[in-house]
Design a binder for this molecule. Structure first.
Ligand SMILES: Nc1ncnc2c1ncn2[C@@H]1O[C@H](COP(=O)(O)OP(=O)(O)OP(=O)(O)O)[C@@H](O)[C@H]1O
Ligand SMILES: [Mg+2]
Length: 249
């Protein structure tokens, strides 16, 4: 599904503040794999995700998605495969618009599958049904503006909107870092359910040990722009929470 071949990325090359953010990483991420990436601050996790998304280009090495070499393709062209959710709940949706209008925009932007775009009651009904699956009671608030919702509610809706199109890859960069523990749990459970239901290939970056332990089918630790550890589903299931704790030294 995603093939990363000996990828390198250096920022500020040749200057005093040169940073070798990604130092030669090769990875094969299979279809429907859910990869969790952990690692200390500055270890290159976000840069790797940006390289996959196309918001940063590699100096050397290549990336392909579904056999298509996308190494030189900018992020807006890769969005046919890739959806992203960021740390800040505000970045995914328009605050002044209602929940319904945000879904309308998302549907227009992505030509979402299974939604008949429009202002009619049918569209509204479909959106309400989708939102009801979150189990947050937000289906009765679709006329309310996005800005009036909590960070957790917004992040759950952002997730739902981002997976409703035909994308196959979901990139999550610390999606719960700005949320309180309860909202964070709801958002993580929602993400996990959507990844399974929509058969997505997913990458989650997290600093939360419990989430890293509980979610995903593979776990990788990065250090100084390299892959330090990489455990498959079986190895991950055999891992004890304390072992993972030790990873963080
Ligand atoms: N656009 C940029 N320009 C210059 N340096 C950058 C840029 N983006 C990232 N870096 C540097 O590359 C290194 C890796 O950064 P990155 O954001 O990938 O780390 P990270 O593992 O995501 O860290 P964190 O856990 O803090 O989010 C850091 O030293 C960072 O300062
Ligand atoms: Mg980061």
């Amino acid at each position: 599904m995603i093939a990363i071949n000996d990828i390198h990325k250096t920022f500020n090359k040749g200057k005093a503040n040169q940073v070798n953010a990604v130092n030669g990483i090769s990875l094969h991420i299979a279809e429907e794999e859910f990869l969790v990436i952990v690692g200390s601050n500055g270890s290159g996790k976000t840069t790797l995700l940006n390289l996959v998304a196309g918001s940063v280009f590699p100096d050397t090495g290549s990336i392909s998605i579904d056999e298509n070499n996308v190494s030189k393709l900018p992020d807006y062209h890769r969005s046919q495969w890739i959806a992203r959710v960021f740390q800040n709940p505000v970045s995914g949706t328009a605050s002044d618009l209602s929940i319904l209008d945000n879904f309308r925009l998302a549907a227009i932007r992505t030509k979402a599958k299974g939604l008949s775009i429009g202002i009619n009651d049918k569209f509204k009904q479909q959106v309400k049904e989708k939102i009801a699956t979150l189990g947050m009671g937000l289906e009765n608030k679709v006329e309310q503006s996005m800005g009036t919702l909590s960070g957790g509610q917004r992040q759950a809706l952002t997730l739902l909107m981002s997976v409703m199109d035909s994308c196959k890859v979901l990139l999550l960069d610390e999606p719960t870092a700005a949320l309180d523990p309860r909202s964070a749990e709801v958002v993580m459970r929602t993400a996990d359910k959507l990844i399974t239901d929509f058969k997505l290939t997913a990458i989650l970056i997290t600093h939360n040990l419990k989430d890293a332990y509980n979610y995903g089918t593979r776990i990788m630790q990065m250090s100084e722009g390299l892959v330090l550890r990489d455990l498959n589903n079986k190895q991950k299931s055999d891992l004890k929470q304390n072992d993972l704790f030790d990873w963080f030294g």
